[in-house]
Design a protein around this ligand. Structure first.
Ligand code: C2E
Ligand code: SIN
Ligand code: SIN
Ligand code: FE
Ligand code: FE
Length: 388
């Protein structure tokens, strides 16, 4: 289950989390490219420290790319972990923080402490010779990775040694990479904290009427798929993913006698139930945070209908914020496809039929179309987070 789940999350979580990581990956690629250009290196790699290991994270190799084609050469490269030890050159630099400027890795001076690990050359048929390997130091001077440049080429394409005067700039590029990695890790840690908080607090509001926390996870993932299929940018998709988790926080203000009632609600109970939108908006309102502003809108408008017959404000069409129109569909889809205290689960055919019937009535037609475009992903989420 967990492997599938990871794949699914990769597929669905096209959010800021990945976006900042992707930005970081792009930046690291760029730094290796720049360092290679500047020094005339045929190849370059970047390793990032992870605990007591280093991860081989970026690999560029002009010769292999020319020989195999860019795609095939990139496909040869699999990120892997290496111990921080003197058994490899990159490991040694990570270990000691020393700079290595080596003329020929196959003819190392007798007295050196490090070894050249030939497995890469043996695997690829590439032949490393000259190397400039520097530590990536963050602002505090801590070594967080290694930048390795391989085979400096002269004008005729022959391998030469690296130039002494290039070392300083390569060090500067390496520490730029270090700062980017460190920032991305900090951002990721903060983001993870707020995700946890959001999902836990959202569960508090709903745990009374829905036994497991899967409901919130599903709404959140469905909404992200719809947003993505509507072509919204990554940041907005991510905001919707999180904001939708909080759409029903206002249910915290609804008495159990109503929320947990097995049968249909009386008109008076119904009126009280509908205030969960206003209560939610009040809980989430008045913040400067972009996420909470969107969450407030979603809490307030997720029961508005495209035809103007919804609540609490009978907004119509595009008067309803797009986020509200998206969550309206996710929420009803989830209510229909699962058991509730007051209703059984409907078959998926029936659910899809209702969604289609409500196109242009309850739901924005554009959102229904996005639902169909994202149907396979939505089914995967449905299966993955099924109630047991
Ligand atoms: P919920 O259970 O998450 O349902 C969300 C929305 O899904 C409902 O919003 C409604 O638009 C749609 N939905 C749910 N069941 C059906 C159905 O059988 N057919 C169709 N066509 N649509 C359905 P709504 O009606 O505004 O209800 C909001 C919340 O109020 C519900 O959230 C639920 O917590 C509560 N609720 C609604 N009706 C009843 C009821 O008869 N008994 C109880 N105990 N609670 C109810
Ligand atoms: C928006 O992105 O909010 C505009 C698109 C729409 O309202 O359907
Ligand atoms: C269905 O109609 O059952 C699936 C809907 C879709 O593939 O978009
Ligand atoms: Fe609701
Ligand atoms: Fe809901």
């Amino acid at each position: 289950m967990s492997r599938r789940k990871e794949r699914l999350e990769d597929l669905v979580d096209i959010g800021i989390a990945l976006s900042s990581e992707r930005k970081m990956e792009r930046l690291l690629e760029l730094i290796v490219t720049e360092a290679r250009k500047f020094t005339g290196a045929d190849a370059g790699s970047l390793y990032i420290k992870e605990g007591d290991k280093i991860r081989f994270s970026v690999s560029q190799n002009e010769t292999l790319e020319r020989k195999l084609g860019r795609e095939a050469a990139r496909a040869e490269f699999v990120p892997f972990l290496m111990p921080i030890s003197n058994e490899s050159i990159a490991g040694y630099v990570a270990n000691t923080g020393n700079i290595l400027d080596i003329k020929d890795v196959y003819h190392l001076p007798k007295n050196v402490e490090y070894k050249f690990n030939r497995s890469w050359d043996e695997k690829t048929g590439y032949r490393c010779k000259s190397m400039l390997v520097v530590p990536m130091r963050d602002r505090e001077g801590e070594v967080i990775g290694v930048l390795q440049l391989i085979n400096a080429l002269d004008k005729k394409g022959r391998i030469r040694s690296f130039r002494k005067r290039d070392v300083k700039l390569v060090l500067a590029l390496a520490s730029q990479a270090a700062v980017a990695v460190k920032n991305a890790k900090l951002t990721e840690a903060i983001r993870q904290q707020s995700y946890d908080t959001i999902f836990r607090l959202s569960t508090v509001a709903e745990f009374r009427d829905i036994e497991t926390g899967h409901h919130i996870k599903r709404i959140s993932l469905y909404s992200a798929v719809l947003a993505q299929k509507l072509g919204l940018d990554e940041n907005r998709v991510e905001t919707i993913r999180l904001a939708s988790a909080m759409h029903d926080v206002g249910k915290i203000g609804i008495p159990d006698s109503i929320l947990l009632k097995p049968g249909r609600l009386t008109p008076e109970e119904r009126r009280i139930m509908e205030t969960h939108t206003l209560i939610g908006a009040r809980i989430l309102g008045g913040s400067d945070s972009e996420l909470l502003k969107v969450s407030e809108k979603v809490a307030l408008t997720h029961h508005e209908r495209y035809d103007g017959l919804g609540y609490p404000n009978r907004l119509k069409g595009e008067e309803i914020p797009l986020e509200g129109r998206i969550v309206a569909l996710s929420d009803v889809f989830d209510a229909l496809s699962n058991r509730r205290v007051y209703k059984p689960a409907f078959s998926m055919d029936k659910v899809v039929e209702i969604v289609n019937q409500e196109r242009g009535k309850h739901f924005d037609p554009k959102v229904v179309d996005a639902f169909h475009r994202g149907f396979d992903e939505i089914m995967q989420i449905f299966e993955e987070y099924k109630e047991v």
